[in-house]
Design a protein around this ligand. Sequence first.
Ligand SMILES: O=C(O)CCC(=O)C(=O)O
Ligand SMILES: [Fe+2]
Length: 548
Amino acid sequence: MQYYFKSIYSVCVIINMILIPFSFGEMYTSLLNVKQASIVERQLIDHLETYIEHESERLEDIKRFYAKVSELHSEVYNGPSAAMANPLVAFTLIKRLQSEWINLIYSDEAQENTQAFRSGYEEVEEEGSLPKLEDLQGAANGLMRLQDVYALQVGGLVRGHFQRITNGNPIDIYSPTISVPLSGDDCFLVGKVAYELEDYYHSVQWLEESVRLFRGAEGGWSPENEGTLEDALDHLAFSHFKTGNISYALSLSQELLNHDPMNRRVLKNVEKYERLLVDNPPLLSADTGLKRPNTTYLRTRNTYERLCRTQDALLSSQPMRYENPRLFCDYFNNDSPGLLLQPIRREVLSMQPYVVLYHSFITGSEAERIKDLAQTGLRRSVVASGEEQATAEYRISKSAWLKDTAHPIIGRLDQRITLLTSLNVQPPYAEYLQVVNYGIGGHYEPHFDHATSASSPLFRLNTGNRVATFMIYVRVLSCYPVIDTFPMSLVFQNAALFWWNLHRNGQGDGDTLHAGCPVLVGDKWVANKWIHEYGQEFQRRCSPNPEE
Ligand SMILES: O=C(O)CCC(=O)C(=O)O
Ligand SMILES: [Fe+2]
């Protein structure tokens, strides 16, 4: 069946009807916030510019004093002794030694400049608009997710390229207009995030790059760096030790000792590694143990990632749409007077489950308005965790709920959905419109939209389960076709997908497992309208047949 993969897996359900303000992970989970962060950095650049100006002036003043005094020494004090007899020369020498040197040496100016620079930073910090450690870790995890799901080469990423090895050759799967290479310190940070999660599969790869780049920098000092070659060697050696590559752990530790010979911990490690190698000499064919860490979705992961990686694989393994006569395109008006003059382009994508794509469901300006209206309400998306709601690694995005009264546009969207589907989308028979924005590597791993357990908070509306999903692609900006479980390219922009989540007997349809692949590039916004069972009794016939 097209666009879906079957699974009996039914753990996660989106339950995010109640907004909980989260104080962590505010930035990396939404690209909107990342954009705002660039404005914050602009402020810091201005502060740094002022600081550099002031410090340069200070150094100029110092250089002037240096030039004056050294010139005096070469011309007057080293000159004819008569020069020293000049009382003015004697006076100025004494004055300099008694006062000028002291003023110079104990000048507060450097400190004042630093203080002004720090105050500027603290103002920005107080605004609360700086990323937190969780954001940095989240962004690093986002990069590693992209690496895994799209099978990207770390070496390529470090050079600013998004490449995958295909038939032995690196192929660019996305060519950014501006390519940003990573530094040894950038790689160190990503590696360290993995290391702290005891994920040595990723830490080895990123720290290898870090060590290589730090070595290349040949000890050049960068004031902004967090780590050093020694730090990277230390973490990399331990990561190799943990993955069973003792001899490499040993040689890296020895290299580290060249830089820091008295490091007792590393000296001990070296002893330990040497002992281990004597006791258990490495086999040539030894498995290095570099395996991706298990995730909760292992059962569906391979299929999911394959779908994310390529539409071709998906399309080639399934009948093309035009080969199945039951799948068609038409201009659709649902016999609604409101659509007679402006029917919508409908594309039936799948019969089981029934999935329809409505092209140009919204206009570009409506999309902009939806995003604007959602901005202030965006909060970290949550999912059901038993009877509670919580953030989860398998859903990284921010979302906001928009009532139909938020703006006439939202009310009109509701009407349009009803015109197309004949379904009642008035509260409480449908939830408010949920607008979602993804951040760096943001994703929503395979899930069902309907509740799969009777205790789900989704039933708090007392209108049954989510019988259908109407999902609007508000914005899918990408140079590379953003691939999704529902393959998505720019034709999806402003389009909407509709599908039934439940069989006619009210049971969840296991074939509606779907996902939002990690966003490789661009800014992805979707809006969900979840329609409930109650209120649709006269629109959707019930049936005891579990197949229907
Ligand atoms: O982002 C997507 O493409 C899918 C989103 C989704 O499935 C959801 O929000 O429930
Ligand atoms: Fe969903």
